[in-house]
Design a protein around this ligand. Structure first.
Ligand code: ATP
Ligand code: MG
Length: 196
């Protein structure tokens, strides 16, 4: 994972430069700024959007495109290659469909309290890892979108006063909590989100 405090000025690797809409971008710091501006626009779109079909592949992809599409050509499209995190790319569409159906069921049947439901959704979405990049940020904003639009509740304080993008204790706690959730233990992630 990139440590922004020390590697901000390093150049992008060729994989990353592929699909970048702005060829003059060469450093991580420039990229971060560009992405951050795009994400702000994406969040604004999410907040004003009246789309009712949030639990659909189409919405999940549109949100990713709105968050990253000013920067990356592949925004909103599923990855086609394997990564160290995430399932085999062949199964992304099917697994996402299952997750969206589960979330619909949880919502309709009040299976979990609202914030627990979206935390479980968040973890499952990061575990699928549908996109080439931006999965963490997209899955956090998607969880917030469900809270705002579906449940009419405030968002989760993911960063908790820290910079979740850089490698610090808050991020370490977050990643460890996701790994615990991989093993079926959601308590650390619920605690991280201030729910327990
Ligand atoms: N062991 C893990 N299990 C599940 N998800 C993980 C694990 N480790 C990391 N993640 C998730 O993957 C994200 C990183 O993936 P990716 O680089 O696609 O997203 P990103 O939005 O660019 O990341 P970032 O959080 O650094 O902004 C993390 O933010 C986290 O949500
Ligand atoms: Mg990333």
């Amino acid at each position: 994972m990139m440590n922004h405090s020390t590697e901000d000025t390093t150049s992008l690797d060729p994989d990353e430069a592929q699909g970048l809409k702005f060829k003059h971008i060469t450093t991580r710091s420039e990229l971060n700024h560009l992405e951050q501006a795009n994400i702000q626009n994406g969040i604004a779109w999410m907040r004003r959007s009246r789309r009712a079909d949030m639990l659909s592949e189409s919405y999940v992809c549109q949100l990713h495109r709105r968050l990253f599409g000013e920067v990356w050509l592949w925004a909103g499209t599923f990855r086609r290659t394997g990564k160290n995190i995430g399932i085999d790319p062949l199964y992304i569409a099917a697994e996402l469909r299952t997750l969206l159906d589960d979330m619909k069921y949880w919502f309709n049947n009040e299976t979990y309290p609202p914030r627990e439901a979206v935390i479980r959704f968040h973890h499952r979405l990061t575990a699928i890892h549908p996109f080439p990049n931006g999965n963490g940020r997209h899955a956090r904003i998607m969880a917030d979108a469900l809270l705002i639009k579906l449940y009419k509740l405030p968002t989760i304080d993911w960063a908790g006063g820290h910079d979740l993008a850089s490698m610090n204790s808050r991020r370490k706690t977050y990643i460890q909590a996701l790994q615990a959730a991989d093993r079926g233990d959601y308590e650390p992630l619920l605690a991280f989100a201030g729910i327990r």
